[in-house]
Design a protein around this ligand. Sequence first.
Ligand SMILES: Nc1nc(=O)c(N)c(NC[C@H](O)[C@H](O)[C@H](O)COP(=O)(O)O)[nH]1
Ligand SMILES: [Zn+2]
Length: 164
Amino acid sequence: APNIHIDHMQQALSLARESPPKSTNYRVGALLVDGRTNIVLATGYTLECKGNTHAEQSCFIKLAEEHNVLEEQLGDILPTETVLYTTVEPCFKRLSGNLPCVQRILRLGKAIKTVYVGVKEPEKFVGENTGRKQLEDAGIEVVLVEGMEKEILEVATAGHVPES
Ligand SMILES: Nc1nc(=O)c(N)c(NC[C@H](O)[C@H](O)[C@H](O)COP(=O)(O)O)[nH]1
Ligand SMILES: [Zn+2]
């Protein structure tokens, strides 16, 4: 039977393929979905929105613009069972120093209850990603969607120089 989570993760992977390759980040795709209706509320990919933006962040920026609110006010707008799909798990630290997506998700915890991820973040940039525990400690469920790891990582690292 078609798995709705695989369907959404495949859609997120298609979005990731739109991201311009860069050696200092990953090409990621993300979706915000209404968990009750499975309606897609927003899509995003790395560097979609202006500046050095992440896929998850681009979803939030676009929705905030659409509803004419600040990003941190989206908790009042989003359905209370909102689900985030992201091909690579949300960042907990960014080498750029920009606000990590785990923090962006935590402040929307009133609405975002579940995060589906395609792969854990590789340790290349910031070592082990400890974001999953931060989300779970805040009552946000993090679920690994299995089976797409290889293609997600190929897309994510397309901008990287092959390891010598
Ligand atoms: N989940 C996730 N979505 C993204 O859209 C993206 N690019 C990353 N990447 C995580 C990686 O740790 C950071 O890209 C580096 O730490 C560099 O930080 P910047 O991206 O320059 O802020 N992770
Ligand atoms: Zn991020």
